[in-house]
Structures are given as structure tokens and as C-alpha cells.
Design a protein around this ligand. Structure first.
Ligand code: HEM
Length: 350
């Protein structure tokens, strides 16, 4: 009897139609027509958070080998990773700088999609999925920061979760759910850790898959009417590869030049003079400090809803407002200036 080839053996046990799958792969990915403007890195920025997320997943898994999610050991385990584990400071630095670059990349990607009107019909749903990706990215950063368990991160977590408690309707419930009680305790750390390494990565993967599938099904929107196109493979794939290599070099350089510190261990009985969140929350934090807290939270909730449903609001406004073509430019530039103003203001304040 002829010895069966291994591939034949496998396909008998896993009877899929390879021909059909390879045709679909050719059509949807390899030959996918990409508009010419995507050769410019700024326009292809969607790939950047994708690549960074993969880096975050790899470095995050390595960090879990030594991190201990318990109030008495969390800080010490972070110190151990940073100072004693071989290449620990590098892995931690890649993860920490990666989270910062991921926020910057997502913001730049939103800016490009917004100014090129990439959210217009039929891509409104993908904008909404993108909004969830932004929320998930920021929640990743918030929960990750809380795990260090030093003074700054402990108090930023306390203040941050207090603010969550003020969210209309569901705030009190969310506060108890996240903290696992009234105060930030052992329960809170376990819950934040589980969110960070379990629920959020799962949601992120599901949302990214939906997002990319929709991008592929609609194709990337054209910026100019008769724009020529090129294939996804190899040109666009190489652009993504270049971005990936550049990021790896940039992240490693940042880690070596500015290695992540560990600060003072958390002391729940000693509130520091200045409690500050990470820079990407400065604008929200500043606005919430200026406005009465309840009103501020409602205001932020309103801004979030406007952001999520912007494609529909833009449609309605365009039918009513006179300065039609420049409307989204005015809104976009105003939001960027407000964000930059408060971020710089909070940075130089102390
Ligand atoms: C983890 C975060 C994200 C990843 C990995 C991601 C990935 C991508 C990729 C690969 C594309 C293809 C075009 C390109 O490279 O620019 C894209 C397009 C798009 N993204 Fe994202 N994205 C993310 C977040 C967001 C956010 C926060 C929004 C908006 C709120 C958004 C809205 C869109 C829209 C509407 C398109 C279609 C644009 C067009 O066809 O011109 N994305 N995204």
C-alpha cells in the first residue's frame, strides 16, 4: 500500500476546500486594490496600532511570567522585572513605550480618517467599531498603569475609578464591579489584572478582526476621484513591514534612552500632593477639574456620544449648515487645539 502523503492525510481528516480558500484569499487580500495615497505612511497609519497591538501582546505575555497581581507583591515583582530579570527592563520598556505609541498611532489614525472623511457612507459602522477600539485602547492603558502599584499609579487608579463611579446611570455599579468593593484593595488589583490580560485582549481581537474585515469588504476610501490603485501584496504589505521595523527600532531606542522607572511603592494612607493620570488623559482630567464634577461627567459622556455617532451628525449638519465643505475641518481643528492646549497645560503645570 502506497504511503499516504502527510498533507493528504491531514485534508482527509480536515476536509476543507483549499482551492476556494486560496481564491478568496487572492481576491480579498492579495489583489485588494489599495488607493495610491496609501503609499504615504500618514494615510496607512491604521496598520500601526495593529502592529503595536501584536508587540503589546508578545511583551505582555512575557511580563506575566514574573508579574504578581497582589498588593504586597505587585510593586516588588515590577522592580524585579526591571532590575533583575535578564532583558526585563527592555521587555517592560517595549510594553510601556508601546502603549504610549499605540495611543499616538490611534489618535493619528483617527485624525487621518476624520480629515479624509473616511467615515462617510457606507463606512459609518466601521467608525463606530473604531470608536470602541479607541475606548478599549484607553482602558488597556488605564488598567495597565494600575498594575505597577506605585504611589502615582495607585492614586491615579483611585481617582480614575472614583470618576467612573460618577458616570450617569451605571457609574456606581461599574465602580463596585471594577473595585470589587468600596475601596481600591486586593480585589481591585485582581479585577484590573483580569481585565488587562483577559477581557480587553479578547474584545480587542474581535473588534480588530471586524474592523479589518469591513475595511477589506468596502476597500479603503479614495481621497481623489480618479485615484489609481495598486495591489495589497506585495507593495502595501511591504509598507506595513517597513512601519513594523521602524517601530521596533523606535521602541527599543526609547526604552534604552528613557528606561521605565518604578517610583515609590503604593501607600494607601498617604495621598500624594499632585495626583496625575497618564498624559493622554490630561485633557479629560483638566476639563473635569474645571467643571463641577457631575456636570463634567455628563459633558464628557455627551462628547463621547458625539464622537461615536459623528458620521450621522455630520450628515445632519451638512444638510442644514451653510459652510458645507469646511465644516468637518473646523470641528476637527477645534478639537485638536483644545486637546493640545489642555495636554500641554497639565504637562507644564507641575
Ligand atoms: C486598534 C485600533 C485600530 C486599528 C488596528 C485600526 C486599523 C485600521 C486599518 C488597517 C485600516 C485600513 C486603512 C489604514 O491603514 O488607514 C483602518 C481604516 C479605518 N479605520 Fe481604523 N483602526 C483602529 C482604530 C480606529 C479608530 C479609533 C477609528 C475611529 C473612531 C477608526 C476608523 C476607521 C475607519 C472609518 C476606516 C476606513 C477608512 C477609509 O476607508 O478611508 N479606526 N483602520
Amino acid at each position: 500500500m502506497r504511503r499516504e502523503k502527510f498533507s493528504e492525510w491531514i485534508f482527509k481528516r480536515f476536509p476543507i476546500d483549499l482551492q476556494k480558500i486560496s481564491e478568496m484569499w487572492e481576491k480579498v487580500f492579495v489583489k485588494e486594490p489599495i488607493p495610491e495615497h496609501m503609499k504615504n505612511w500618514f494615510f496607512a497609519l491604521g496598520a500601526t496600532p495593529l502592529v503595536l497591538f501584536v508587540f503589546q501582546a508578545i511583551t505582555g505575555i512575557l511580563l506575566t511570567l514574573y508579574y504578581v497581581p497582589s498588593p504586597d507583591r505587585a510593586y516588588e515583582s515590577v522592580r524585579y522585572i526591571t532590575e533583575e530579570v535578564k532583558f526585563g527592563f527592555w521587555i517592560r520598556g517595549l510594553h510601556r513605550w508601546g502603549s504610549n505609541l499605540m495611543v499616538i498611532a490611534v489618535i493619528l489614525h483617527i485624525v487621518r480618517v476624520f480629515f479624509t472623511k473616511g467615515y462617510k457612507a457606507p463606512r459609518e459602522l466601521n467608525w463606530i467599531i473604531g470608536s470602541f477600539l479607541l475606548i478599549i485602547t484607553l482602558t488597556f492603558c488605564f488598567t495597565g498603569y494600575s498594575l505597577i502599584y506605585n504611589q502615582l499609579s495607585y492614586w491615579a487608579t483611585t481617582v480614575g475609578t472614583n470618576m467612573i463611579g460618577e458616570i450617569p446611570f451605571v457609574g456606581k455599579f461599574l465602580l463596585l464591579l471594577i473595585r470589587g468593593g468600596i475601596d481600591v484593595t486586593h480585589n481591585s488589583l485582581i479585577r484590573l489584572y483580569n481585565l488587562h490580560i483577559g477581557l480587553l485582549p479578547t474584545l480587542m481581537v474581535v473588534m480588530i478582526v471586524l474592523h479589518i474585515v469591513l475595511v477589506r469588504l468596502h476597500g479603503v476610501s479614495k481621497v481623489y476621484p480618479d485615484e489609481p490603485t495598486y495591489s495589497f501584496y506585495p507593495e502595501h504589505f511591504y509598507t506595513v513591514l517597513q512601519i513594523m521595523l521602524f517601530l521596533l527600532v523606535a521602541l527599543s531606542t526609547l526604552t534604552i534612552v528613557f528606561p521605565p522607572g518604578i517610583g515609590e511603592p503604593a501607600d494607601p494612607n498617604n495621598t500624594p500632593l499632585h495626583i496625575k493620570p497618564e498624559w493622554y488623559f490630561f485633557a479629560v482630567y483638566s476639563v473635569l477639574k474645571i467643571l463641577p464634577l457631575k456636570f463634567g461627567i455628563w459633558f464628557m459622556f455627551f462628547v463621547l456620544l458625539v464622537f461615536i455617532f459623528w458620521p450621522f451628525i455630520d450628515e445632519i449638519l451638512l444638510r442644514r449648515v451653510k459652510m458645507k465643505p469646511s465644516l468637518h475641518y473646523i470641528v476637527g481643528i477645534a478639537v485638536i487645539l483644545i486637546f493640545l492646549f489642555f495636554t500641554v497645560y497639565e504637562t507644564i503645570k507641575y
